[in-house]
Design a protein around this ligand. Structure first.
Ligand code: HEC
Ligand code: HEC
Length: 319
């Protein structure tokens, strides 16, 4: 081929590509902003943080930047906005029951603290969306203001102490006849002998939680092999109600639930490579009507893609 015609061919290809990109601009998803019916009610400083960092995806007030508009960016943006709104929409927030609103505020804080929200790629392009430490403190102060102090009576404290003593002494023995979870996962009565990785407190629903790990999990933490966690690793989260006694001391109250995440990449491929299950109450009733219950677990844990879907950052382990 003549060098001249080769150059012509090149420019023809460039032209075709340019036309294709222009045409693709017409294949754009509709991303309307439905009316705002029940916007989050919160102090101005709190709303300011959420508006600058979260509202573009989690509300009906999405404002696109010029660089979000061309195809293919708009395809990715509209997919994100749709799934973000489906999970948490601040424009409908005031309609939710108060307990659920509080829950979302605390959940939002943990997602921000772990660097999962706003999503990393988004934050890289939209610098103003990064939540500063001062802004995070504003959100935390607000979250605490939502939970009034509650003092337990002496009887309540005693009942809870007795129950906890019983759990320590014989919890396993009572737990041998527990039904499996709706997704087939068996109860793991041995969890009480696992080792503590961390403990957390959730002010919104007055619970104290312990995060425990089985031997494989503890070894993985020691060797810093937790991203991804190895198959066979199992994590438990045990929750008790938190009681404040008359001296203002926070204490373990009634047992609420225990839940597990068991790592098996193949068996649990459809739920992020983790088997999820939860048992509630001292009678350890399996949680969930059918196997779809795990969708709820996945919804909250999936954004933690950078830490293999685990919230807890064990002490001493780097991400
Ligand atoms: C670029 C869009 C985007 C931005 C900005 C964004 N999120 Fe998200 N968020 C998502 C998507 C998408 C999901 C659903 C993740 C999934 O299911 O994989 C999600 C999920 C969540 C969830 C889990 C909800 C649930 O219960 O399932 C919380 C909480 C959350 N985001 C909080 C925030 C907060 C707080 C901010 C602001 C600091 C924020 N997000 C900013 C896209 C976004
Ligand atoms: C509303 C959001 C949310 C939902 C829904 C959720 N989790 Fe979690 N999960 C968390 C948070 C936040 C933590 C971190 C510990 C804490 O704050 O108590 C956590 C921690 C855990 C842990 C300890 C390991 C870790 O990731 O830190 C297990 C095990 C667990 N969850 C199991 C489950 C199971 C099983 C389900 C479903 C039945 C479920 N979770 C549903 C938010 C959620």
């Amino acid at each position: 081929m003549e060098p001249g015609s080769r150059i012509k061919l090149f420019w023809r290809a460039v032209l075709l590509l340019a036309i294709a990109i222009c045409c693709a601009q017409f294949i754009r998803p509709a991303l309307p902003n439905p009316p705002v019916t029940a916007d989050l009610q919160a102090p101005d400083d709190v709303k300011f943080v959420l508006k600058t960092s979260c509202y573009n995806c989690h509300s009906n007030e999405t404002k696109l930047s010029w660089f979000d508009r061309p195809v293919p960016a708009i395809w990715l943006v509209s997919r994100d906005v749709k799934s973000a709104r489906a999970r948490l929409n601040f424009s409908d927030f005031a309609k939710l029951p108060p307990g659920q609103q509080k829950g979302f505020v605390f959940e939002a804080i943990s997602q921000i603290e772990l660097g999962a929200m706003p999503p990393t790629q988004y934050e890289r392009l939209h610098h103003e969306s990064a939540v500063t430490p001062e802004q995070l403190a504003t959100l935390k102060k607000y979250a605490l203001s939502l939970v009034p102090d509650k003092t337990a009576t002496a009887e309540e404290v005693k009942a809870a102490d007795d129950e906890y003593a019983h759990w320590i002494a014989s919890g396993n023995a009572a737990a041998t006849k527990v039904s499996p979870a709706p997704n087939g996962m068996a109860f793991l009565p041995d969890y009480e002998n696992w080792r503590a990785i961390s403990s957390t407190q959730r002010g919104d629903n007055y619970t104290l939680r312990q995060i425990l790990g089985n031997d494989i999990a503890i070894k993985a933490v020691a060797e810093n092999h937790i991203n991804p966690w190895p198959d066979g690793a199992a994590l438990a989260k045990v929750a008790w109600l938190e009681q404040t006694d008359e001296k203002g001391m926070a204490k373990i109250g009634k047992f609420v639930q225990v839940e597990f995440m068991v790592r098996d990449r193949q068996k649990y491929a459809t739920t992020l490579g983790w088997g999820f299950a939860r048992w509630r109450g001292t009678d350890l009733k399996p949680y969930g009507k059918d196997a779809n219950f795990a969708g709820e677990c996945v919804g909250c844990h999936r954004p933690l893609v950078n830490s293999n879907y685990v919230f807890t950052q064990p002490l001493g382990a780097q991400r």
